[in-house]
Ligand binder design. Structure first.
Ligand code: 6R9
Length: 695
């Protein structure tokens, strides 16, 4: 059965696939080819009668999947042929080593090929006559503010920005930092970098000056593109003031950084008159682009030329600059966008993520434009001015695919059904979830209330490092189970391993690893290939280690159980406990800090900090506030601890290692389930901590 297409009625699916993919997928694999770990559930007849999936059933999926992992060169080349390549890739274009025991880790896709992702996102569609189609449907923080930009208009603006960047000496391989709110100029700036082969580094607008400074300095950005300000709900944020401070801090150690700051004016937040401007260094976006032609030469880059770096938190040290490269990332984000959201050109799609995170890169700036969708770019928050904002916007633009995070779903669920029911939502076809495990209760509410039971849910598991969806349902192709990300996408070979890197078969629970390279595999950690190998490939030799735990059930479905390292997932944002700890310890009155996650009804996980003060300092509310402020200024408001627990001492082993397991139990009030604490150097600290709870 594996490898054959059993359903003959697949005309629609076939129409949506490159012919060669379908034809080759129908060829049964030989006996020596990798076999699926367990059999999959049979396809259950459709629950969604009005919905026709591109991949019609599980058998067709299996055939395509099988080919994708056995013949990656052929499978992905067929899809890549849909794009414009200035020079075609070599016949055998992939090569990788995922095993540290066999030498340096390296990954190559579309070797020999030259292309440009911005060209494929924009020029290709304009050339095909889609220039007048809306590309961005911008929806401001206030419901009265909105704007539409067509593909031609976006292309024109991208070219003008590209020309300007070139005029100030930015070229192939140079890093550009971007620190902006969700205005169309943000993806435009990203695409302008891509057009000239510059490497963008977007920093989420919620990060503090210090966090931005670290990211500017690490990649040695020549230019910073920012905005005057932003309204977040009813709060005004002076982004430029933060950016100024960041540039100053970054330059303390290296005066050759940022030579130009481009400032885009967000009039409804902070006007020009109220923006601090550094003569000779700063330039207004409008002035920079004035007189620049709306056409710009394309920089054709090698498929493995870096497209961007994006900083993400890990369990140790400072955030890592994850590097993604052009060709593989382009083909993979396109393919996942197309199949996971069942998206056709012209579909109206809305992803609520910010471009500061990977979801905004892959499923806002790049994937949907590669498909040719019209997409909502939303500046605001889901609960402003009221908790019905999302559904009002869905109706306004007739959104077909909606993609958001469980934390948003839970907060809207709490606001109540009435907000949803006030709006009709009949344009919706697919509902996506990303960022953290979705609890079955939120899943059901999303499915039954938001989608009126008509829309399949795609619970997509992936990471900054993976660039695109890894384990995800294909909508209406197989049966869903609330809370499970279900099955691997094409080209992805997930395995569950035990502590000793043994692969576990069948039903199993353990560490989630990936066995072979997929097109958008991260290529390195910027400036630190050793760290790349140590973090991702050394923990379980032979595999990429995700940092997540997972369980595989009897039907082969994957259930992500959450991070197994010291990373906390707060509202879908990854925060390293080490980063929060060092922000706390930076306060002169803090001697030591230990941070753990705890279950939070809305955010998924909250941040719980145990703090030991310097000798002679006392516990006060003011100090608690100062400690939280320290985290806000070192990282950003989104990383502020939810709880500070005073700790005269921390539970440590005799070798001085903090036992976080014990702290987690205390944070979640489960000290009756501490287990064996006999290895603690001083077991009495546990009772002291319990006594100080809530103090
Ligand atoms: C895309 C993104 C990655 C971490 C990842 C995991 C968690 C993301 C998930 C999920 C369960 C899902 N995660 N999607 N857990 N189910 N559908 O969020 O990237 O910010 O790098 O975070 O998020 O723990 O390891 P990133």
């Amino acid at each position: 059965m594996w490898g054959s297409i059993s359903n003959p009625a697949r005309d629609i699916a076939t129409a949506a696939l490159p012919d060669k993919v379908v034809a080759a997928a129908a060829v049964a694999p030989d006996a020596t080819s990798p076999q699926p770990p367990v059999d999959l559930v049979p396809h259950v007849p459709s629950n969604y009668p009005h919905f026709t999936p591109f991949v019609e059933n599980v058998d067709q999926y299996k055939a395509m999947y099988q080919r994708s992992i056995e013949d990656p060169d052929g499978f992905w080349a067929d899809i890549a042929s849909e794009f414009h390549w200035h020079k075609k890739w070599d016949e055998k274009h992939t090569s990788w080593n995922f095993d540290v025991r066999n030498g340096p880790i390296h990954v190559e896709w579309f070797k020999g090929g030259l292309t440009n992702i911005a060209y494929n996102c924009l020029d290709r569609h304009v050339a095909a006559g889609r220039g007048d189609q809306p590309c961005f449907l911008w929806e401001g923080n206030e419901p009265k503010d909105s704007a539409v930009m067509t593909y031609s208009q976006v292309l024109g603006e991208v070219c003008r920005m590209a020309n300007y960047l070139r005029s100030i000496g930015v070229g192939k391989g140079d890093a550009v930092s971007i620190y902006m709110p969700m205005v169309c100029e943000l993806p435009i700036a990203m695409l302008a970098c891509a057009r000239i082969g510059a490497v963008h580094s977007v920093v989420f607008g919620g990060f503090s000056a210090e966090a931005l400074a670290g990211r500017i300095a690490d990649c040695k950005a020549k230019v910073l593109i920012t905005s005057s300000g932003v309204m977040r709900g009813s709060k005004k944020i002076d982004l430029k003031a933060i950016a100024d401070k960041a540039v100053e801090m970054a330059e303390l150690n290296d005066e050759h950084l940022v030579s130009t700051v481009v400032v885009q004016e967000v009039k409804h937040a902070v006007t020009r008159e109220h923006t601090h401007f550094v003569q000779g260094r700063d330039v207004w976006w409008e002035d920079a682009l004035r007189g620049q032609p709306t056409e710009a030469e394309v920089e054709w880059v090698e498929a493995d030329h870096p497209l961007f770096l994006l900083y993400t938190s890990g369990s140790t040290g400072k955030p890592k600059g994850v590097v993604h490269c052009t060709g593989g990332y382009m083909v993979y984000t396109f393919t996942t966008t197309k199949y996971v959201f069942n998206m056709a050109p012209g579909d109206v799609y809305w992803c609520t993520a910010d471009c500061g995170w990977i979801t905004g890169h892959s499923y806002l700036t790049y994937g949907p434009l590669l498909v040719g969708a019209s997409q909502v770019v939303f500046e605001g928050v889901p609960t402003y001015p009221a908790a019905d904002r999302c559904w009002q916007v869905v109706d306004k633009y007739k959104v077909k695919q909606f993609y958001t995070a469980p934390t948003a779903i839970r907060s809207l669920m709490r606001a109540g059904e009435l907000y949803v029911k006030e709006h009709n939502r009949d344009s919706l076809r697919i509902l996506g979830s990303v960022g953290e495990p979705i609890n079955p209760e939120a899943w059901r509410w999303y499915h039954d209330v938001v989608g009126d039971g008509r829309c399949p849910i795609v619970d997509t598991w992936w990471q900054t490092e993976t660039g695109g969806h890894m384990i995800t349902p294909l909508p209406n192709t197989w049966q869903q189970k609330p809370g499970s990300a279900t099955l691997p996408f094409f080209g992805v070979v997930p395995v569950i391993v035990d502590d000793k890197a043994n692969e576990l078969q069948g039903e199993a629970e353990g560490m989630l690893c990936i066995k072979q390279a997929w097109p958008s595999t991260l290529r390195t950690v910027y400036g630190d290939h050793d760290r790349y190998e140590t973090n991702y490939f050394k923990p379980f030799p032979g595999y990429y280690f995700s940092g997540d735990g997972a369980r595989r059930d009897k039907d082969g479905y994957f259930w992500i159980t959450g991070r197994v390292d010291d990373v906390i997932n707060v509202s879908g944002h990854r925060i390293g406990t080490a980063e929060v700890e060092s922000a706390l310890v930076a306060h002169p009155k803090c001697a030591e800090a230990a941070v753990v996650g705890f279950e939070h009804a809305i955010k998924g996980q909250g941040i719980y900090a145990f703090v030991t003060l310097m000798e002679g300092e006392s516990y006060t509310e003011d100090l608690r506030r100062e400690l939280i402020a320290s985290v806000r200024s070192h990282i950003g408001a989104f990383a502020a601890p939810d709880a500070i627990h005073w700790a005269p001492g921390l539970p440590k082993t005799r070798s001085g290692k903090i036992m976080r397991r014990v702290l987690r139990k205390i944070a979640s009030k489960e000290e009756d389930q501490l287990g064996d604490i006999s290895t603690l150097a001083d077991p009495s600290v546990v009772q002291q901590l319990v006594d100080l709870r809530g103090k």
